[in-house]
Design a protein around this ligand. Sequence first.
Ligand code: PXL
Length: 285
Amino acid sequence: MTKQKRVMAIHDISCIGRCSLTVALPIISAAGFDCGVLPTAVLSTHTGGFTGYTYRDLTSDMQPTMDHWQSLGIKFDAMYSGFLGSIDQIDIVIGLFDNFKEQDCFVLVDPVMADNGKLYAVYTTEMVKGMARLCASADIIVPNLTEAAFLIGEQYVGDKYDESYIHDLLIRLTKLGPGQIVLTGVSYEPGQLGAACYDNLTGKFGYYALEQIDGYFHGTGDVFGSALLCALLRGANLEEATRLAVCYTHKCIILTLDADTERRYGVRFEKALPDLINMLDEIEQ
Ligand code: PXL
């Protein structure tokens, strides 16, 4: 009997506007994994493009939930965190990683907090320090260029950088603790956009980009992180997983453009799931 791998996805539930758990859960499940969830908050919509959203904080449920899992002896093959609402939540998630991390389990942290040079409305500089601590507990982190700059306390460079700046940034991010970094929103040539990666163990850098599609597409960080996680769980190396995540995210954006839907409702990741599954099936075990 083949064992089904189990993932723990720790994100909020934004009821409208596909992102966080409403993206991670279906993608990870469609890829064939048993996806458990630890919801951090319930919002009527996400915070990027809607006003007047409700916010139900679930911090006080998190520790008792984890204690129950521990009493049941539940184990995970991967743990994946995204948007977190407070320092307390960050500390609880660090505790979760400490308690549930075993030899064959990897921790993927998406330090969701900023984009385009700016922190998201609900994030403070205290939270930035907390995210850096959370990254120290991770095996792999997936920041965008803005988050990377905040994590290492540097000025955001916008699009004024070259490959050697990115390589230096990737190495500096490993100093926070994680051995593998995937930096999103990177471009080495005009008209192209993708991601760069670095594995501190092998010293190998990677980069994969596709044709850049102008505009901001909400939730693509969560689509990317979820696809990356699935590829790694299927046994892809970091470069292969980065390439697959870029391809899937790009496909989701193309389908969204075709449908001409309002951007704040997120991308049409559902329609591209068969492509994701085909790409995952091509990974050599
Ligand atoms: O996709 C990142 C994200 C997740 N959850 C909430 C958000 C955002 C980004 O804005 O607002 C609630």
